[in-house]
Write a protein that binds this ligand. Structure first.
Ligand code: AMP
Ligand code: MG
Length: 468
């Protein structure tokens, strides 16, 4: 096939990227191709095409690979230059439904943004991105998607030698909060304006007509990111590196690194080996949402009002709306998870009381089993508070709650021990556990016993690593 590439980013935003080609993979071998996604996107790819084009072995005709510049606050500290250090944007394509998407390779070699890194990625972390992002897509959480993973035939050095791989990632765009920060920090106001105009045209075209489109852009990102983080919290997702360079303007989840799903409900849960302070702990994510959006607002100040004091007032007014907006989104997610119909002012409290009663109990299964007290009991070490709470919930939820619960709460999540098992096997050359797990994850509302059980006690505390 031929991919009908377009390159609006490169065309409209000169000076925001560098042209650089991916490294050719010496012995590419297709490990995974997301055929349903390819079909949705209008990409009628053969395995051989995916293997060659999405490993860097050869460029698809019409591709014009670039590495995008961006900055970012990492764990609160500002890095003025990050950028695509191991990724190449091949170009954009229009899907049959008219929406524009990026095809980007990740793990495809060094770029001028690589700093000390090798520009590569290992098989395990790229397949982890497939598992987690496919789960997000299957449960309706906005996300970038994984189109393919191709083993390169090269070895990469981490703690040990590992097989290398390239991921082809599909995104509504790769515009990040950090993209705006890169140009704002350099005082390049025209580029910030051009980026904002581009973001509006690409993601929020209705806003170009309003009186202050840049304020509307800020509002739109606040809205979409508040919804996104509430959805993450609903499925127990912990991103692990909510740096501003990992927050997409489109509202999609992006950059699956040391992410993982919480098993037993504990608000302070952290999986990342480097998150010593718990900055990106489960319950901290809504606060980081506000912090990151404040960084976005700062970059937009000159566009909000020519008078700087006025601009700051306008931005602060919007930022003060984030917490209540997030709370409303979160209450909405919890209502859905609790199978509640309509809105009752007491719903938020009902949900809060469940959270305090269920501390330590499996996040996923507790919601899934709410309508089945016998199955619920063994999930809690102390069921007494749940026993007080359940009749309140039953009275509010009413008829049909069991069906609504089953439709709203996944039975299967990518459980850490299952993900590790699949990635360890894949790294050793056996893809069968990965495919079995992926297929369970892609139908997360169907009960699939072996994938539903929490980690065996011997699994221990789960740790995930950055720089993978
Ligand atoms: P991440 O932690 O994936 O969000 O990446 C943060 C920054 O580090 C980005 O600029 C990446 O491009 C860069 N980076 C991560 N891993 C590598 C690598 N192996 N080689 C070069 N750059 C990397
Ligand atoms: Mg990143």
């Amino acid at each position: 096939m031929t991919i009908a590439f377009d390159h609006s980013y490169a065309r409209d935003l000169p000076g925001t990227y560098l042209r650089v080609a991916p490294d050719p993979a010496p012995a590419p071998r297709l490990l995974y191709l997301n055929r349903p996604l390819a079909a949705d996107l209008g990409l009628d790819l053969s395995d051989a095409e995916a293997e060659a084009w999405f490993s860097g072995a050869s460029l698809p005709p019409g591709a014009d690979p670039i590495a995008q510049a961006y900055a970012g606050h990492q764990f609160g500290g500002f890095s003025p230059q990050l950028g695509d250090g191991r990724a190449h944007l091949l170009g954009e394509v229009l899907a049959p439904d008219g929406h524009r998407f990026d095809i980007q390779l990740k793990g495809s070699g060094k770029t001028p943004f690589s700093r000390g890194g090798d520009g590569k990625a290992a098989v395990g972390p790229m397949l982890r991105e497939v598992l987690v992002s496919e789960f997000m897509a299957a449960t309706g959480v906005p996300t970038t998607r994984a189109l393919s993973v191709v083993a390169t035939g090269e070895e990469v050095w981490r703690d040990t030698k590992l097989p290398g791989a390239v991921l082809a990632r599909i995104a509504a765009s790769h515009l990040r909060v950090g993209t705006f920060q890169f140009f704002a920090a350099r005082g390049e106001r025209d580029r910030v304006k051009a980026l904002a105009d581009y973001a509006i045209a690409r993601h929020y075209p209705d806003l170009s007509q309003v009186e202050n489109p840049y304020l509307a852009l800020l509002d739109a990102v606040i809205a979409t990111q508040s919804r996104l983080i509430a959805e993450w919290m609903g499925v127990g997702f912990i991103h692990g590196v909510m740096n501003t360079d990992n927050m997409a303007i489109s509202g999609e989840t992006i950059d699956y690194g040391p992410c993982a799903f919480m098993e037993g409900y504990a608000p302070g849960t952290v999986f990342s080996s480097i998150d010593h302070q718990g900055r990106y702990a489960y319950a901290n994510q809504p606060l980081i949402l506000g912090w990151n959006l404040a960084r976005l607002a700062e970059t937009l100040l000159p566009l909000l009002d020519p008078d700087q004091d006025k601009a700051v007032d306008i931005a602060n007014d919007r930022l003060s709306g984030i917490a209540p907006r997030y709370r409303a989104e979160w209450t909405g997610v919890l209502r859905r998870k609790l199978g509640l119909v309509g809105e009752d002012p007491a719903d938020a409290q009902l949900a809060e009381d469940l959270l305090s009663a269920m501390e330590g109990a499996d996040w996923t299964l507790t919601f899934r089993r709410l309508a089945d007290a016998a199955a619920l009991r063994p999930l809690s070490s102390d069921f007494t508070r749940m026993e007080v709470w359940l009749p309140r919930w039953r009275a509010r939820a009413g008829e049909g709650a069991a069906q609504r619960i089953a439709a709203a709460n996944p039975a299967v999540i990518p459980r850490n021990h299952k993900v590790e098992e699949a990635l360890t096997a894949a790294t050793a050359g056996d893809m069968a556990p990965f495919h079995a797990l992926l297929s369970a994850i892609q139908s997360p509302f169907a009960e699939a016993e072996p994938y539903m059980l929490p980690a065996p006690t011997g699994f221990g505390t789960y740790v995930t690593y950055c720089g993978t």
